[in-house]
Write a protein that binds this ligand. Sequence first.
Ligand SMILES: [Zn+2]
Length: 84
Amino acid sequence: MTGKEEKNKVKQCPLCGGAMDDGITTLPFLIVEKVVVIRNVPAEICADCGEAYMKSHVVGEIERLLDRLEELHSEVSIIYYKAA
Ligand SMILES: [Zn+2]
């Protein structure tokens, strides 16, 4: 072992310590007076408590999506996440 990161190590849920699985989730965002629901978001989901965590590259994509939605004057938006 010479400091090589193990890639297949099971991640643990920060809330309950359960095993995290790759999955797809739906995330609601509340921005000022708007509600944005983003579907089809790749995430790691806890098998025990069901908490979903966005992957770091997804967070950036979602910030960009939300920025674009600023220009829309729709109070409720449901959009599908698509990887760039
Ligand atoms: Zn959990």
